[in-house]
Ligand binder design. Structure first.
Ligand SMILES: [Zn+2]
Length: 277
């Protein structure tokens, strides 16, 4: 069973002799200052903000997102609806086929490719827009602890259920946006961003915030979609998605402090890796 947030707050997570506590892990997503923890909430005195904790998942978003400019934020309800089927045959294989992904078209193939690109992580791993921990909880054995963030409560709760069922003890979930991560600077030894970069409102803002939380030399590994001539590309662009060219993604990563860029394309899937300088 994963530690509940209550036991986590009380006792921390012990692994390899080091004890980590949430007050030392989550910070205020606005001012990046420290949070005081009790069993129901995390509180920022400087911002006079209280972040609720429900079913062990801190909520750093709180407000109604239906009026957000960003499609994904406005449609968080869609992702809640999607959560129970996201890892079944009803979602990934269909989307991957429609999108024209080749060679890594099954979810297990994609996960093992991302896991190999990530390698052993000597510290904690940030899983950005983690969904139900699709990648993070399967790569958790390669890291000390995985911290997954997503905007969808349904996805996070599904992830918590999966992690408990699969006995993955070192994964924690929080509701947060990529633009306001509740983590201190240079906190993570690696980060994942799998299947979501094309959904963020401003890619550079998102990448800059991820880079902020990485230690020097830490890798960001992920996959997104490359622009193709397919109907999927046209549909995605019409619905507020973004599609990338391998070269321009590398330039964008470099602008945000992430160098040593490498990428591989599998049909429309663009797998990438970059390292904080
Ligand atoms: Zn604050």
């Amino acid at each position: 069973m994963p530690a509940t947030l209550a036991t986590f707050i009380e006792h921390g997570t012990q692994r390899g002799g080091a004890v980590t506590r949430p007050a030392a892990i989550y910070v205020c997503p606005q001012c990046k200052g420290p949070l005081a923890a009790d069993q129901q909430a995390l509180c920022c005195a400087a911002c006079a903000k209280t972040y609720a904790v429900r079913r062990d998942i801190p909520d750093f978003i709180g407000d109604d997102l239906r009026h957000s400019k960003n499609w994904s934020l406005r449609h968080a309800g869609f992702f809640n609806w999607l959560a129970p089927i996201y890892e079944t045959k009803l979602w990934y294989p269909i989307v991957m086929r429609l999108a024209g992904v080749k060679d890594v078209a099954s979810l297990p193939q994609l996960i093992s490719t991302v896991a190999a690109m990530t390698g052993a992580v000597s510290g904690d791993l940030l899983d950005v827009a983690c969904g139900p921990g699709t990648f993070g909880r399967r790569i958790a054995a390669q890291a000390t602890t995985v911290f997954g963030i997503d905007i969808s409560t349904g996805m996070l709760e599904q992830g918590r259920t999966y992690a408990a069922r699969e006995n993955v003890p070192n994964v924690h979930f929080a509701r947060a946006t990529v633009e306001a991560l509740p983590f201190a600077d240079a906190r993570f030894a690696a980060a994942l961003c799998c299947g979501s970069l094309h959904l963020f409102e401003d890619t550079r803002v998102a990448l800059r915030e991820i880079a902020r939380t990485l230690k020097p030399g830490a890798q960001l590994v992920g996959f997104t979609f490359a622009a193709t001539e397919s109907a999927f590309s046209r549909f995605a662009l019409r619905h507020g998605g973004r599609l990338f060219e391998a070269k321009s993604l590398g330039e964008m990563l470099s602008e945000t402090g992430l160098g040593d860029y490498t990428s591989q394309t599998f049909g429309s899937a663009l797998l990438f890796r970059a390292r904080k300088g």
